[in-house]
Design a binder for this molecule. Structure first.
Ligand code: GLC
Ligand code: CA
Length: 553
């Protein structure tokens, strides 16, 4: 790219021109044959990530943990789980990634810790210990049961009885994940100190796990976006983030376009961006949630992204993603993971990555990995799947229906091992993997895909490069067109007289699209999924999952 375009983006924060890549360490690359991915394995794949062109890695938790929720239950925030490696390995990862222009963004899980954490152990042992108040305790309710009827996300009551203390403690997730009491100032300070300790080791930022839950008012029954959420985030910013050139992205299932700017408005002093889930929630069943399924609704899908583009047009910043370790594989959920797998995977990438915001690629998405298709309950590993199984049966689903739902939307779909090569266990491990490898690794693997110039990996390479090098992709103004069109997602990006038009048929049907006047143009075709096009006239016939981007200068 030219020197000129480089200067145009050099004044921006680095994360506005970077693409992120999420690693779920357990399933990425196993270096020692124990069947579990590890930090040394990640280091061995850094050149692959440099080739992909990513600017940072969001690393799901690698801290010490009993692994009830695969690391989202942390027993020591200042150490690494032995199966993943050592602190020295982590330091090496930070340095080696940095040498390739890649920052390491860690996962900050501070709504809860593990019941094995010293804090919780001290809290159990002695109600007078200062750590006792790091957790949330209540007496029995009126009927000698839990204080409230609230249910945990992983099934069962949110309250766990401790006979020796004669009290309940709160856990919104598994009972091995007690909620931390953010009302306690010493606890908050301990968290800030820990964050600074990691920043001083050279990390590039934090992804903040279920951060919308920390400001809860338990007695009022307000858990998400509670009254103290924003004061706490502002305090955290003052104590840790202020003055540091780092990236923060908060996970919030509750955030809506109405509350988005409270988290990421530039003058707020809170976060840079949030992961919002409206496109995911739009695909949930009204009664059975993620375990029941509703057909893909292209209009609702587009609308959620467009709403967010519009709300954050002038202030705040979007985090753009389709999948992560909690969600099904993007191509299986929103595209066609059969005959049109390659094309629909590229199409989805095109549609998402050319909007304004920081895009995130979830490991394996860059080679269009698909959902697992498990047939028996014993193939599943996820604590949520097991926790919700009984509840789903009680709510009237059959076992077959539940497994079907889990194969569509369950979290294990995204957690099967990364498919590197067409050899035993997809080249992920020399041992027995902790969860089954998807048998389709013979066709779908990184080596095969990269050998194909029209493969998905090279398509993603183009996307990361465009974001790095073309200011109109990074910061151009966004405008949506044909919002209610049932098949086509269409938008433009504009900057300094340049116009980028993106047309994406997000369905498997052939359609004739009336091109809105403001999108009609001739220019350079930057990317396409079916055929190169230099001109956009009054109508265009689009093949299934056909999409392209044209830049007019
Ligand atoms: C977040 C994580 C998920 C985890 C939960 C509890 O949603 O992404 O994997 O189970 O929080 O920490
Ligand atoms: Ca290992």
């Amino acid at each position: 790219m030219t020197r000129q375009t480089q200067t145009a983006t050099s004044a921006l924060p680095w994360w506005k021109t970077a693409t992120g890549y999420q690693i779920y360490p357990r399933s990425f690359c196993d270096s020692n044959g124990d069947g579990i991915g590890d930090i040394a394995g990640i280091i061995s794949k850094l050149d692959y990530l440099r080739d992909l062109g990513v600017g940072f890695i969001w690393l799901s938790p690698v801290y010490d943990s009993p692994m009830v929720d695969n690391g989202y239950d942390i027993s020591n925030y200042r150490d690494i789980a032995p199966e993943f490696g050592t602190l020295a390995d982590m330091d090496r990862l930070i340095v080696e990634a940095r040498a390739r222009g890649i920052g390491i963004v860690m996962d900050l899980v501070v709504n809860h810790c593990s019941s094995a954490h010293d804090w919780f152990q001290a809290a159990l042992k002695d109600p007078k210990a200062p750590e006792h108040d790091y957790f949330i305790w209540r007496e029995q309710g009126k009927t000698n049961g839990p204080p409230t009827d609230d249910m945990s996300y992983f099934g069962g009551s949110m309250w766990e009885w401790v006979p020796a203390l004669g009290k309940y403690y709160l856990h919104q997730f598994a009972k091995e994940q007690p909620d931390l009491n953010w009302q306690n100032p010493a606890l908050r300070q301990a968290i800030y100190n820990m964050m600074n300790w990691w920043f001083d080791r050279g990390i590039a930022g934090f992804r903040m796990d279920v951060i919308d839950l920390i400001g809860k008012d338990v007695d009022a029954g307000v858990f998400a976006e509670g009254p103290d959420l924003h004061p706490f985030l502002q305090e955290m910013h003052r104590e840790t983030l202020a003055g540091r050139d780092v990236l923060t992205v908060g996970e919030s299932w509750a955030v809506s376009p109405k509350t988005a700017l409270l988290y990421c408005g530039q003058e707020r002093g809170e976060l840079d961006m949030v992961f919002q889930f409206s496109h995911v929630l739009a695909g949930f069943h009204p009664e059975h949630g993620k375990w029941g399924d509703v057909p893909f609704d292209p209009v609702a899908f587009k609308q959620t992204f467009f709403d967010w583009q519009e709300v954050l047009a002038e202030d705040g910043w979007n985090a753009l993603f389709l999948s992560n370790h909690d969600l099904p594989r993007a191509v299986s959920k929103y595209g066609d993971d059969g005959a049109l797998r390659l094309r629909s995977a590229k199409l989805l990438a095109l549609a998402i990555h050319l909007m304004k915001g920081t895009p995130f690629i979830y490991q394996g998405e860059e080679i269009a990995m698909t959902n697992a298709r498990f047939s028996t309950m014993d193939q599943f590993r996820d604590v949520e799947t097991f926790g919700q199984y009984e509840a789903a049966l009680a709510a009237g689903l059959t076992r077959e229906e539940f497994i079907k739902g889990a194969n569509r939307n369950g979290r294990d779909n995204a957690r099967t091992p990364m498919q590197w090569e067409d050899r035993a266990q997809a080249g992920f491990t020399d041992g027995t993997p902790w969860i089954d490898v998807n048998p389709n690794y013979r066709q779908i693997n990184a080596k095969t895909d990269r050998a194909d110039p029209a493969g998905v990996f090279s398509f993603y390479q183009s996307l990361t490069e465009l974001r790095r090098c073309l200011p109109v992709v990074a910061i151009g103004a966004f405008r949506a067109f044909a919002k209610s069109h049932p098949n086509v997602m269409a938008y433009t990006r504009m900057l300094d007289g340049e116009k980028l038009s993106v047309i994406a048929n997000i369905t498997g049907e052939t359609v004739v699209f009336d091109v809105p006047q403001k999108m009609q143009q001739t220019g350079r075709c930057l990317l396409f999924t079916v055929a190169e096009r230099q001109a956009l006239g009054a109508t265009v016939t689009l093949a299934p999952y056909e999409g392209f981007a044209i830049l007019q200068r």
